[in-house]
Write a protein that binds this ligand. Structure first.
Ligand code: ATP
Length: 654
């Protein structure tokens, strides 16, 4: 099998790419046009009129030939054949007018077809983005950002030509083929049969080429997504920092080159598939007029008087009209197959389950009425789906083994009263962050319940839950935008005075004023133009503006310098005041200030109480305390107290 055979042979592609065209995909694609029914109908009408008018010209040729130029028998006029000039004038006028009318209608038709196509793309992009916004965190932790971007940009962009050009091209080709065939049959059924005897073979080949193209298109899009993901990962600020600091640029360039080469190979295959097939079709249609003259010669010499010169000229003109639409239909059908692969990829994302959604009877909580108690009641949670909840059942042995595997959170119960500060402490991987994910429903518990003011969070509307909770994480995320816009994300309706008050409360106002454009300074990609401490204080100001009832705080472990640490600490204290705070505590001051400390170990709450109570128990907490805050980590003593290695200042006991 030659090079072409490789293009056509589905066996060279992985199993998953050899999916048949699904009727549902086609129905859904058609469904995306539904809002634009009126415009689509208008485009259809315009196409039918212009394509139908196209068949008139060849018939006019016959009329001009048979009735105009050679209408009178030779000899009736002086000097041979005598044209009927009235017929010639009318015929010529119509032959000029029809293309002009067709052209004008065509402009309107192109405008409308493009408008509909681009609007369909816009709808698809909007639907996809909105759907992704509601996807659970689980989806984003397991999918590469570049892959998601690729579906939104490359896949939706890739179907654009189909929705703008292909749909209208199919319709116009059908009308042209049908009208031309009718005209040809009227002129000469025998010559029509001659022109079309190869058609079934072409149709069969088209189906094969189309299938192969669809498969390669799916591979191409996947590789494009990989390439986008590699670019996204390695050319982001964090990615470039990593590759520069590890001296891995050469490796990254090689990796990119490999992916890029794979993409080019696939694109070459995609364009080459079916090229020689189209060449055969083209050659056949180019030589058929010669065959027509030959057969016409035989018919005429056999004494047939059914054919006139006009018939033969009109017939070959019609035949040449047929070549373009048939070739284009074959081409279009392969393009349709390629874009169905893209639609499949888009629909695959649109069909993904949101998992965490509002219950039908979910309630709205007014922030003013919320007191802010938080309770975890015998909570069990794991990041993967528990075996009994999976769609496909597994064998009893596997089930038993799976059950043996640890829950990330196992029978965790906590109760935090309104306004209390609760500190979560424990070794790395104990499940502290996971606890904080369950309160705003970033994940749902598998057993037990999380409640706010005694109400299960699953019965509260997600938007309303989001308004109640403010989160300050270790890694501060800022948009590439001005400081003002970043702060207003916490409360878009905040006034200038409120904005400044929040910045003052977070000890960042003076620093902002020192920046070249104050509050209008653009912070750079993810805030890389700011120091770690400044970013944290901005994040605190953002939450101050939001003024949530419940605050979740993941204290940064990264050591800031003493001044920065003090500023952050001073910003946090008033923030915690008067609201329920759940802090993953790394600072001694937070632990000492906590009303209740929960000590987690391997997904379980192993101890709970105040600092003094827990020290007395001489358990895990006491050991952690010794290791982290006593054992040599005190770097220096100062007037106010002691400075830990982390830079934190622990005040002297009064
Ligand atoms: P640290 O103090 O190091 O941040 P932690 O106590 O906050 O740790 P968690 O982040 O809650 O611990 O993680 C608890 C366990 O869950 C760990 O074993 C971790 O590997 C696992 N885990 C965390 N996130 C995921 C995830 N998205 N998918 C699968 N497992 C995860």
């Amino acid at each position: 099998m030659g090079r072409h055979g490789r293009f056509l042979n589905p066996r060279v592609l992985p199993e998953e790419e050899r999916r048949p065209i699904r009727g549902t995909t086609v129905r859904r694609v058609v469904g995306t046009f539904r809002p634009y029914r009126g415009k689509v109908a208008l485009v259809g009408l315009a196409i039918a009129v212009t394509s139908g008018l196209g068949v008139v010209n060849p018939l006019l040729i016959k009329w001009i030939f048979d009735r105009g130029l050679f209408g009178n028998p030779p000899g009736r006029c002086a000097g041979g054949a005598c044209p009927d000039l009235d017929v010639v004038y009318l015929g010529v006028a119509l032959m000029v007018a029809i293309p002009i009318v067709t052209g004008v209608i065509g402009i309107g038709q192109t405008y409308l077809a493009n408008l509909v196509g681009l609007r369909v793309m816009q709808d698809l992009r909007n639907a996809l983005y909105a759907h992704l916004q509601h996807m659970p965190l689980r989806f984003f932790t397991s999918t590469r950002t570049g892959e998601i971007q690729s579906r939104l940009a490359n896949d939706v962009g890739g179907v654009q030509t189909v929705v703008t050009d292909t749909a209208s091209s199919i319709l116009s080709n059908v009308v042209v083929i049908a009208s031309t065939l009718i005209a040809m049959l009227v002129l000469s059924p025998a010559l029509t049969a001659l022109s079309l005897f190869m058609l079934p073979f072409f149709l069969w080949l088209t189906a094969r080429v189309g299938r192969a193209r669809r498969e390669v298109a799916a591979s191409t899009q996947r590789t494009l997504a990989d390439l986008t993901a590699v670019t996204e990962e390695t050319l982001s600020v964090s990615g470039i920092l990593l590759s520069k600091s590890f001296g891995r640029q050469r490796f990254e360039i090689e990796r990119f080159r490999d992916e890029n080469e794979r993409l080019t190979d696939l694109q070459v295959r995609q364009t080459m598939i079916g090229r020689s097939f189209f060449a055969i079709v083209g050659t056949f249609f180019s030589i058929t007029p010669a065959l027509v003259y030959l057969v016409a010669g035989w018919l005429l010499s056999g004494g047939s008087d059914a054919l006139t010169a006009g018939d033969i000229v009109a017939f070959t003109t019609l035949q040449s009209r047929l070549f373009f639409p048939i070739g284009s239909m074959l081409q279009v059908s392969t393009e349709v197959q390629s874009s169905l692969a893209l639609f499949d990829r888009i629909f695959e994302y649109l069909d993904m389950d949101h998992e965490i959604v509002d219950a039908p009877d979910a309630i709205e909580l007014e922030p003013e009425r919320v007191r802010g108690s938080v309770e975890l009641d015998h909570v069990r949670f794991r990041y993967d789906t528990p075996p009994e909840d999976r769609p496909t059942p597994i064998s009893p042995t596997d089930l038993a083994e799976e059950r043996m595997r640890r829950w990330t959170l196992d029978d965790v119960s906590m109760r935090i009263e309104p306004g209390q500060l609760a500190a979560l402490v424990g070794p790395s991987g104990a499940g502290k962050t996971t606890v904080t994910y369950l309160i705003p429903r970033l994940y749902d518990v598998h057993e037990g319940a999380v409640r706010i003011d005694g109400i299960d969070v699953r019965s509260i509307r997600l938007e309303s839950l989001g308004r109640l909770i403010g989160v300050v994480t270790q890694e501060t995320y800022l948009f590439h935008d001005t400081i003002r816009r970043n702060l207003l994300y916490g409360n878009p309706r905040a006034s200038e005075a409120e904005l400044e008050a929040a910045a003052r409360a977070a000890n960042i106002h003076d620093r902002i004023l020192e920046l070249p454009e104050g509050y209008d300074t653009v912070v750079g990609e993810r805030g890389y133009k700011l120091s770690g401490g400044e970013k944290q204080r901005l994040a605190i100001a953002r939450v101050v503006l939001k003024d949530p009832k419940i605050l979740i705080l993941d204290e940064a472990t990264s050591s800031l310098d003493t001044t920065s640490e003090r500023l952050v600490q001073a910003a946090l204290e008033p923030l915690m005041h008067g609201r329920t705070t759940i802090a993953i505590a790394h600072r001694l001051s937070t632990i000492l200030a906590a009303d209740v400390i929960f000590v987690l170990d391997r997904g379980r709450v192993v101890e709970r109480g105040t600092h003094e109570e827990l020290l007395e128990r001489q358990g895990l907490y006491a050991r952690l305390y010794e290791q982290q805050f006593r054992g040599g980590l005190v770097q220096a003593a100062c007037e106010d107290g002691v400075i830990l290695a982390s830079g934190e200042v622990v005040p002297r006991a009064p």
